[in-house]
Design a binder for this molecule. Structure first.
Ligand SMILES: Cc1cc2nc3c(=O)[nH]c(=O)nc-3n(C[C@H](O)[C@H](O)[C@H](O)COP(=O)(O)OP(=O)(O)OC[C@H]3O[C@@H](n4cnc5c(N)ncnc54)[C@H](O)[C@@H]3O)c2cc1C
Ligand SMILES: *[C@@H]1O[C@H](CO)[C@@H](O)[C@H](O)[C@H]1NC(C)=O
Ligand SMILES: *[C@@H]1O[C@H](CO)[C@@H](O)[C@H](O)[C@H]1NC(C)=O
Ligand SMILES: *[C@@H]1O[C@H](CO)[C@@H](O)[C@H](O)[C@H]1NC(C)=O
Length: 432
């Protein structure tokens, strides 16, 4: 591409995705300058636990959704980076604090930490015409001294995470509910539910985990969900499973099976929304029903291919996927391959949407990988001519998800060991 000109890159966010982008960008010969902006005072994003909820000292919404007791829901053996695995230790499922230390180690090792502009909040990204192609104006504010500035870049990496803006479902009567309503984004410790009757809505990883934790202090817990496969987990007697909530009325809950109950708290473990408040509308990215588009391979802004998004897909081996996405995209910058034309990228995305719809995926699931992840990784690796991720990762991911569902209380005692790119063993099987 433009080897004669300076290549300047902006990375927004220093969670796992942003740090990974920086790790590769800083050693890429064709990249001349990298600015990394992180609004927090430390790196790690999601993995930084704070007791605070609501807004921080600078009036920004609290980013992290981490709760105090959290341990990973995937074994550490599949949570590292391809070139930087999580260090050996006895357990497979680690406390959040250890994942944070791991990210700090990774960033330090690759001289990323010192390059991060901490306490810098990006508030506007806008494309503009440059002398030889499109450029970006990125505006940011130094939160410590209040000064704002706008800088020009050739490329923008959007790495702001997507587990921080709560998704509030449209339950009739929710606004008028006469007890407390709260989202898992604001959950830290179970004690707030002491003696209460709690309705937990949603049985994703957080919903299941938290529901179980809350049974220790609550008067009773109702877990409302629509899992197709009933968890075989044996829940305590004070936890009842129910189908979806049809409506709320005062403190009464009416369920889809016509049963009803009374609760003090509606606790929404209903997931999060993709949110890019700093993208000007001329970036041409829309988010509707949790579908971010149009993106080529869930990664490249099709109308402005000098902007990429790291980490959009979910139900993946996150850090390894970030690494692959970054390697892919940098190879398009450094001329190893060329991205297809706008028309081709649009056609590819439309085709993928059609294929997903034909397999029963809803629009809300536009970026869900799960069983599609191996194919997704291969498609990135092949197009860019870079190494894909070993299939042992997806195999372990699959097995651990099943064990999670059926043995919620003990699956974190499992210990995995990777033998080679295709095989693993469970050296300490909690179910046995
Ligand atoms: C409760 C919970 C448990 C999880 N458990 C697991 C698990 O066990 N295993 C797993 O693989 N994944 C887990 N995840 C998913 C996890 O979020 C990802 O693995 C990964 O850490 C996401 O990294 P990220 O860099 O994309 O986003 P984040 O970690 O959210 O980082 C984004 C960063 O961008 C910064 N930022 C945002 N906006 C701006 C702005 N405008 N200007 C400047 N900076 C900005 C934020 O401050 C933040 O530091 C979990 C998520 C949650 C919420
Ligand atoms: C709910 O059941 C669990 C498991 O049996 C028990 O430890 C807990 O104390 C119970 N909670 C209350 C409030 O009775
Ligand atoms: C992109 O957004 C701008 C400003 O909103 C609009 O004028 C333009 O038509 C959009 N381009 C495409 C391809 O949608
Ligand atoms: C950039 O290009 C060279 C040559 O194709 C390649 O060896 C290098 O690894 C590339 N960078 C990345 C991040 O892949």
């Amino acid at each position: 591409m433009l080897f004669s000109a300076m290549v300047r890159v902006c990375v927004i966010g220093a969670g796992a995705a942003g740090v990974c982008a920086a790790r590769h960008l800083l050693v890429e010969p064709c990249v001349d300058h990298v600015d990394i902006f992180e609004q927090a005072s430390q790196l790690g994003g999601t993995w930084v636990y704070t007791e605070k909820v609501g807004y921080d000292d600078f009036g920004l919404p609290i980013h992290s959704s981490m709760y105090k007791s959290l341990r990973t829901n995937l074994p550490k053996e599949i949570m590292g980076f391809p070139d930087f695995p999580v260090p050996e230790s006895e357990k497979s499922y680690l406390p959040a604090k250890e994942m944070l230390s791991f990210l700090q180690l990774y960033a330090d090792k690759h001289q990323v930490t010192d390059r991060i502009n901490f306490n810098h909040h990006v508030n506007l990204v806008i494309p503009k015409a440059g002398p030889s192609g499109e450029l970006w104006d990125v505006s940011f504010k130094n939160l410590l001294n209040g000064e704002s500035e706008t800088r020009e870049y050739d490329y923008v990496f959007v790495c702001n995470g997507h587990y921080n803006t709560p998704f509030i479902p449209n339950i009739p009567g929710l606004k008028e509910f006469q007890g407390d309503v709260m989202h898992s984004h604001d959950y830290r410790v179970p004690e707030i539910f002491s003696g209460k009757r709690v309705l937990v809505v949603g049985a994703g990883p957080s919903g299941m985990d938290i529901a179980l934790e809350v049974t220790n202090v609550a008067h009773k817990v109702i877990l409302s969900h629509h899992l197709k496969e009933q968890p075989r987990t044996v829940f305590p007697d004070n936890l009842t499973q129910k189908p979806d909530v049809k409506r709320l009325d005062g403190k009464k809950v009416h369920f889809a099976d016509e049963s009803e109950d009374e609760v003090d708290v509606v606790f929404l473990c209903t997931g999060y929304l993709y949110n890019f408040p700093f993208l000007h509308e001329s970036c041409n990215i829309s988010v509707e029903d949790n579908c971010v588009e149009p993106l080529y391979k869930h990664l490249v802004n099709i109308h402005h291919p000098t902007m990429c998004f790291i980490g959009v897909p979910y139900y993946v081996c996150a850090f390894s996927m970030f690494d692959l996405q970054v390697r892919y995209y940098i190879r398009s910058i450094n001329g190893t391959f060329s991205l297809p034309s706008t028309e081709e990228m649009i056609a590819h995305w439309e085709e993928e949407k059609k294929d997903r719809a034909s397999r029963g995926y809803t629009k809300r699931q536009a970026h869900m990988m799960g069983p599609d992840q191996e194919k997704y990784y291969a498609s990135l690796a092949t197009e860019a001519g870079t190494k894909s991720l070993p299939s042992v990762l997806t195999k372990i991911r699959e097995e651990s998800s099943i064990r999670f569902l059926h043995n919620l209380k003990h699956y974190r005692q499992d210990v995995y060991k990777i033998i080679d790119d295709n095989t693993y063993e469970i050296v300490n099987d909690a179910a046995r």
